[in-house]
Ligand binder design. Structure first.
Ligand code: BV8
Length: 252
């Protein structure tokens, strides 16, 4: 692992005034949460997540989409943060200014202790009214699948951003600002495909930041990144904490 992290990168990280981190589904893979493009399992093997995570799919078959999210939520509730999540939470206490942006909807960064996480794509553990979009925490179970909004009677849906839906305005604004104003941009565990998140590391590059990619396989960012650390975030990020800041990972 040592040959992965050059002295120059160590210096960059140590003297950085502001570090922005973007995470994708790969950072939750070592927690047992399937990545977005991994083959789905069981009955879900026959569906393309990009097809199911849409308003059209929900209108067409609300029960199917709701059950897919329930299957994912159960996987996520059984998951615990991995060393990569804890290392990012710890990094915030070692760096003058760290902004964590995630495409993930699993809430594992927050469970690991990260605060002020910018959730670009929402959170799968929250639900909202399909029509009014207000968050709904409690409802009466009357056998309806999906359950019904207690106020207007329309279906409930997960509070995530579906393909074709715009991202939460404030979250995207903060993510753009943090990407355009950092010294170092860490892109970890993302295939760098889904827009507009995939454009953030390139915005950081154009703004003069040192961009570090952490991924076991190449992505559209790899050729442009300043440094590429090929491997698993659950191993590499704790190693950065130890190698750059001399600390071992503290678990909650
Ligand atoms: C929008 C919530 C306006 C739902 C998700 C240009 C500009 C704007 C939009 C578009 C555009 N071009 C196309 C679009 C439309 C679309 C899009 O990007 N399509 C793609 C497929 C081309 N974007 C949108 O619709 C967005 N809306 O911009 O509105 C608009 C709309 C239409 C047209 C124009 C403008 C909304 C996108 C949000 C979709 N919702 N999630 C849910 O979860 O059910 S996105 C979904 O993908 C997840 O959130 C996931 O996080 C995200 C991105 O995927 P990754 O995180 O990268 O995960 P993936 O599985 O792909 O890759 C995992 C990576 O980890 C791999 O590289 C793997 O090698 C690596 N890995 C594995 N293990 C490890 C690891 N790395 C490190 N360590 C490990 N151990």
């Amino acid at each position: 692992m040592n040959n992965l992290i050059s002295l120059e990168l160590v210096r960059m990280l140590k003297k950085a005034r502001k570090i922005t981190v973007l995470t994708g589904a790969g950072t939750s893979a070592e927690s047992g949460v399937p990545t977005f493009r991994d083959a789905q399992e069981g009955i879900w093997a026959h569906y393309d997540p990009q097809e199911l995570a849409t308003t059209q799919a929900f209108r067409r078959n609300p029960r199917l989409v709701w059950e897919w999210y329930e299957w994912r939520r159960n996987r996520i509730r059984a998951a615990t943060p991995n060393p990569g999540h804890y290392a990012l939470a710890q990094m915030a206490s070692l760096v003058k200014n760290l902004t964590l942006i995630t495409q993930n909807v699993d809430g594992l960064h927050q469970l690991a202790g990260s605060r002020d996480v910018i959730e670009l794509h929402g959170n799968i553990l929250r639900n909202k009214c399909f029509k009014e979009k207000n968050i709904v925490d409690t409802w009466t179970e009357n056998g309806s699948v999906p359950p019904r909004c207690p106020e207007c009677g329309d279906f409930l849906r997960p509070d995530v951003v579906w393909f074709g839906e715009t991202l939460p305005g404030e979250a995207l604004k903060l993510a753009l600002q943090a990407s355009a104003s950092c010294d170092v941009f860490l892109s970890a565990g993302t295939s760098t495909i889904v827009e507009p998140a995939a454009s953030l590391p390139f915005l950081a590059l154009r703004s003069g930041a040192c961009v570090v990619e952490i991924n076991p396989v190449p992505t559209p960012l790899t050729m442009s990144a300043t440094y590429v650390l090929s491997g698993y975030s659950g191993e590499i990020i704790p190693h950065l904490i130890n190698h750059v800041w001399g600390e071992t990972i503290r678990y909650q």
